[in-house]
Design a protein around this ligand. Structure first.
Ligand code: PEP
Ligand code: MG
Length: 580
């Protein structure tokens, strides 16, 4: 049994067989072959080993010719592993005795080897795990060839184990067959994490070496309540987790009954609970979860594909989201492309530091044609429902905001000339997600109708910690005293300027921060729809007066750890332990 801790990004408990998706997206299913195919599988194995060795030998020759004998030596170890008769025998035995397919037997044996390297204390030997992974991939490529099975053909529920998933891969996950996800890399608020959360199944990321511990077909538990994953649990542990899974489902079902009740504290303060959505169909689904509207529609997900959507397709998507919200307010954010959300156009220029590069509103202002098409589509959709609002992301200077608003005016004038209807008084707001904007909050508040605090980015830029990098996740903390003070100041300033302020970063959906945020004066939260019932339960169990005391106390601590300990303790008094 192997257990690892990571970062839970979508709550719940899932138990199923693993499918391991390697870096080349080869899926290695647990496949049992009929006895009459054993000989063919052994032949396939031998051919695969021979082809892999031939490939390495030819690489060794070309490296020897260009870089010399020493450089070419690196291939000797790989060739030696493939030539190892003991290893070949071990794989062949699994095929003969357990009727495993050649690919599955190979993956099982090579992952066992990786585990051995992983447990070595000598760092040089531990590093060898990468070589073994490399050899495994090479051999599997040769065994599976072009027929490497894809995720679209799953026949039963599985836990997807992978080193990483891009946002586009995550967007394509089959909704019904993937019960849970475990990833080696990733931070708490990466866009992959955000998609996993809205997709709604348990997911843990930032596990470092989990792919090296699991073979396709192993039983895996994803406990995304307690941030752990377990491979090959024994019967006792399995039973324990089945009970936990059932209890989690029961608790969340109970929360579902709050759907039609308002999010009101016991001393009568009403909180608006809005949904963050990535796709239009989620608008209706979020209303079913009890959302008061859509607080953040991340339109860039429409663009994560080969061909950009044209104006009509965008219009149709925005109109569908607005209709889905059934007359409730919908805040449409203009596309936040770049960084970890790349378009075809964007991918032509590789940036060294994309999170600090041509991202978001910068990208929009450098691609005015594309930006204007989107603004026209949003404006055309604006008469569709009750209260469509438009929001610009990642604003860091007033000039940028003014340029964006000017482009919007241009788009309005064009539509007017063309006789196309739209809401001319559409509310325009901005994300407050750069330290610069937060510092100049008062000036910004005078030029917009509303702001939404994007803590996912605000934290990463304030604390210099990449939101998608698990290696710096311990530096990335919403509870950092500097972050808390900044949020407090933004809420306060917006209040003084009479500008509506919401918070749409992942922090809004984390129960641990609910009391704090209410206490700081926040009255509009926007979060993944699945988080709404739990947050509503908390709101209905507390008083705003108590929340204010909690916020005051939280602001007295010097370190994020003290803040976390304190907030967790206060939250535990109101929510069952199995939910946080
Ligand atoms: C944020 O940064 O907090 C936010 C909500 O925007 P995104 O996660 O899409 O960057
Ligand atoms: Mg952001």
């Amino acid at each position: 049994m192997d257990k690892l801790s990571g970062i839970a990004v979508s709550p719940g408990v899932a138990i199923a067989e693993a499918v391991v998706l390697d870096a080349e997206e080869l899926r290695i299913p647990r496949r049992i072959v009929p006895p009459e195919e054993v000989a063919t599988e052994i032949e396939r194995l031998d051919r695969g080993i021979a082809d892999s060795i031939a490939g390495l030998e030819s690489q060794r020759t070309s490296v020897r010719n260009s870089l010399g004998a020493n450089a070419a030596d690196v291939f000797n170890w790989h060739i030696g592993v493939l030539n190892d008769a003991g290893q070949r025998r071990e794989i062949a035995e699994l095929i003969k005795e357990r009727f495993y397919s050649a690919a599955y037997a190979t993956s099982t044996v090579m992952r066992k080897q990786q585990r051995r390297f992983l447990s070595m204390t000598d760092p040089l030997l531990a590093e060898r795990i990468r070589d073994v992974q490399d050899i495994e991939r090479r051999l599997l490529r040769n065994l599976l060839g072009a027929s490497g099975e894809d995720m679209a053909h799953l026949t039963r529920e599985i836990i997807l184990v992978a080193h990483d998933l891009s946002t586009s891969q995550t967007a394509l996950l089959p909704e019904t067959k993937v019960a849970g996800v475990a990833l080696d890399v990733g931070g708490p608020t990466s866009h992959t994490a955000i998609l996993l959360r809205s997709w709604g199944h348990p997911a843990v990321v930032g596990l470092n070496e989990f792919t090296g511990m699991v073979s396709g077909g192993d039983t895996v538990i994803v406990d995304a309540v307690h941030h752990v994953v377990i491979a090959n649990p024994d019967e006792e542990v399995l039973e324990q987790y089945r009970v936990r899974q059932a209890s989690y489902v029961r608790l969340t079902d109970e929360l579902g009954s709050l759907r039609d009740l308002p999010a009101v504290t016991q001393d009568d303060v009403t909180i608006q609970l809005m949904a963050n959505i990535e796709y239009p169909r989620e608008a209706e689904a979020s209303v079913r979860k009890g959302a008061d509207g859509v607080g953040l529609y991340r339109t860039e997900f429409l663009f994560l594909r080969e061909v950009e959507p044209d104006e009509d397709e965008q219009y149709a998507a925005y109109a569908a989201a607005i209709r889905g919200a059934g007359g409730r307010p919908v805040t449409i954010r203009t596309f936040d492309l770049g960084a970890d959300k790349v378009t075809q156009k964007k991918s032509l220029e590789q940036e060294r530091n994309p999170m600090l590069g041509v991202r978001s509103i910068r990208f929009s202002l450098q691609h005015l044609g594309m930006f204007k098409i989107q603004l026209r589509a949003i404006l055309r959709a604006s008469p569709e429902g009750g209260g469509v609002r438009l929001m610009f992301p990642l604003i860091s200077s007033l000039i940028e905001l003014r340029q964006a608003k000017m482009t919007l005016r241009d788009a309005m004038e064009d539509l007017e000339e063309e006789g196309i209807t739209f809401c001319p008084d559409i509310e325009v707001g901005m994300m407050m997600e750069t330290p610069a904007a937060a510092t100049q909050c008062r000036q910004f508040a005078r030029e917009v109708s509303f702001v939404s605090i994007g803590t996912n980015d605000l934290i990463q830029y304030m604390l210099a910690a990449d939101r998608g990098n698990e290696r710096v996740s311990r530096y990335y903390s919403a509870a950092h005293p500097a972050v808390l003070r900044t949020i407090r100041d933004i809420i306060r300033t917006c209040g003084r300027e009479g500008v509506q302020c919401s918070l749409c970063g992942e922090m809004a959906g984390e129960p641990m921060y609910t009391l704090l945020l209410i206490g700081l004066g926040l009255r509009t939260f926007s979060m993944a729809p699945n988080n709404i019932p739990e947050i509503k339960k908390l709101i209905r169990s507390c008083t705003a007066a108590k929340a204010e005391r909690v916020a005051r106390r939280a602001l007295t601590f010097d370190t994020d750890q003290q803040v976390v300990n304190y907030l967790r303790l206060e939250t535990l008094k109101l929510l069952p332990v199995d939910l946080i």
